[in-house]
Unconditional design. Structure first.
Length: 204
């Protein structure tokens, strides 16, 4: 095995990136990048803290996933979930974050790196009300870099190809996983049966 243990060795192996790979990275949101953000209903939020790294999915209706307040600021409402708050714990202690936006049916993705803070300002929370429910907090992200990622990964994975989608019945259900990990103390058939309605009532 030949391990790469230095940046110099990496650069020798991969060479110089093309102009298209570098000119696309800027420190603010352009009209073109705004279009990507507003078209996306799903992103992945990456954070880091003393316990390690976290990568968490975030989803909302298209156009409401994040709010662009200006060319260097976006706001991400924290919709209802499992209350683990792993990402938020990390942000409180280390403000560095990375966002990866996906657009269904589109090959390119969009990446934002920046620094975040969490606010529970009542007026701001009220401005994010959905289905009569406000988020508990909003993550305000100061944009430091933004750029699009080319479509190779999406093409290779055939992510949007319906013919390649995995049939749900071929995978363990959430209830089955919970039951196996808890020796049947949590989860099971009842969990799976009740989950769709529980999710519907707690979506926002």
């Amino acid at each position: 095995m030949t391990d790469i243990t230095s940046v110099a060795a990496l650069e020798t192996l991969y060479g110089t990136p093309s102009a298209a790979s570098t000119v696309k990275e800027i420190d603010h949101i352009t009209p073109e990048y705004r279009a990507y953000i507003e078209a996306s209903p799903f992103l992945i939020l990456a954070t880091g803290g003393p316990e390690g790294l976290d990568c968490s999915p975030r989803g909302d209706r298209r156009g409401t996933l994040v709010r662009i307040t200006d060319e260097r600021t976006v706001m991400l409402p924290d919709r209802r979930g499992n209350n683990r708050i792993d990402s938020l714990r990390n942000i409180v202690r280390d403000p560095r974050v990375a966002l990866l936006f996906l657009i269904p049916g589109h090959g390119n993705t969009l990446r934002i790196n920046g620094r975040a803070r969490i606010t529970a300002d009542p007026a701001l929370l009220d401005s994010f009300v959905m289905e009569g429910k406000a988020p508990r907090s909003v993550t305000v992200i100061a944009v430091e870099t933004v750029y699009f990622q080319c479509a190779r990964a999406i093409i290779r994975s055939e992510l949007w190809n319906a013919a390649r989608h995995v049939a749900p019945e071929t995978l363990p259900t959430a209830g089955e996983i919970l039951a196996a990990l808890s020796k049947n103390e949590v989860g099971g058939e009842q969990y799976d049966r009740e989950w769709p309605e529980r999710a519907r009532q707690s979506m926002w």
